[in-house]
Design a protein around this ligand. Sequence first.
Ligand code: PMP
Length: 407
Amino acid sequence: MGMELFKHIRDEFPILSQKVHGKPLVYFDNAATTQKPLMVIQAIDNYYNTINSNVHRGVHHLSQLATDAYEQARVQVQKFINAQHAHEIIFTRGTTESINLLAHSFASEILSAGDEIIVSRMEHHSNIVPWQMACEKSGAILKVVPIYENGELDMEAYKQLFTEKTKLVSITHASNSLGTINPIKEIVDYAHSHQVPVLLDGAQGIKSCGMDVQEIDCDFYCFSGHKVYAPMGIGILYGKENWLDKLPPYQGGGEMIKHVSFEETTYNTLPFKFEAGTPHVEGAIGLQYALKFIEKYGHQHMIAHEKELLHYAENQMKIIEDIRFIGTAKEKTAVVSFLLGKHHPTDVGTIIDFMGIAVRTGHHCTQPLMDYLGIPGTIRASFAVYNTKSEIDTMVKALRTAQQMLN
Ligand code: PMP
C-alpha cells in the first residue's frame, strides 16, 4: 500500500525529474542529504516575498510576523519530537553545531580531569571530534563502545564502561555508514540507572525512525533539517529544560543576553540563551514546512515505504556476484552499504554516476569504523520517500555493468 500512497510524490520534487549524463536521475544519496519538496521551497519564497524582517527585536508589523513564524517553527519541531516545552528546542546550523554547542558547554561547566564520556565505534566524526576537543580542554577521556561484525553495538561491553567518572553518553540513534538502528531506550535506561545523561545523534534516526524524546527520555537529541526534506543550514538541539538551564551559553552576542554592561552581563532565558545573533529564520520556516510535509503523508507510512525499499534492494542486490554487504544489523534504516569484489568504491561510484545514479562512496565521515572493519570505505545507497523499486532495478543493472567493465 505504501507504494500507492507515494505514487505522485515525485511531482513534489522537481529536481528529481532531470537527466544526469543523459540518463534519468536516480538519487540514492539521501543519507547525505534529502531533496526538498515544493512545500518547503515555496514557504521560503513566501517568507522573503511577504514577511522578511529581523526577529525578536522589532515592534513593527513585519518583525512581529517574522518572529511569530520563527516561533511557530519551533513549536512544530517541539510537536514532531514530542518535547515537553518549545523552549527546549534550540535552533542550530545542524547536527554538527548542536554537538559542538553541547561539547563546549560540557567542557566549561561539567567536565573535569579524569571524567569520562562514552561514545561508540560507529559514530560520525561530528560525534567524536567535538568530544575530543572537550577532553583536551577539560582533561576528560573518551571511552568507546565496541561493535560486532554485523554492525550492532556490543551492549554488554557498553554496560561495562560505566564508572563513577562517567559524565555523559553520546551515541548515534542510527549509523549513517551501516544503517544500524541502535537500542536507544536500553542505552538511555542503563545510563540513567547510573545517573548519567545521554545525547542521541539523530541525524539519521529522525527521518528513518522518528523520535519521541519523552518516551525515550534522552536528555539531549539533535538532528539536521537537510536530512528530513528541510533546507541546509538549519537543525536543532533538544535538551531537557533542567539541563539547558544548568549549561552555560555557547556563543556570545545579540539575542542571547538579558542585559549587557562592561561590569556585568546577564544571559537571556531559554531558548535564546543558546541562539546568539540573527537566526536562520528562513531555515526554521523551511524546517517547519518539511515537518508539515511529513505529517501530510504520515511519518509511519514513510518509514514503512523506506523499509520496503530496503528489503527489496537487499534482495535484488544479493544476486550480484561478489557483493559484500557491510552492516547487516537486524534493525536498519534504509541504507545499503556494500563493496563489489576488490573494486574500489570510488571506481564503482564514478561509473554508475555516468548512468545517472547518485550514491555515496568513501568512509562516510566514520574513519574509526572503517579502520575497525579493515576497509577504506563503502558504496552506500540510501533511500527516501520518493524512491522506487524500479530505480533499484536500474541500480542493480548498472552495478552489474560496472562490475563487467572493471573485471
Ligand atoms: N551524525 C550523523 C550520524 C550523520 O549522518 C551526519 C551527516 N552525515 C552528521 C552527524 C553530521 O550532520 P551535519 O553535517 O548535517 O551537521
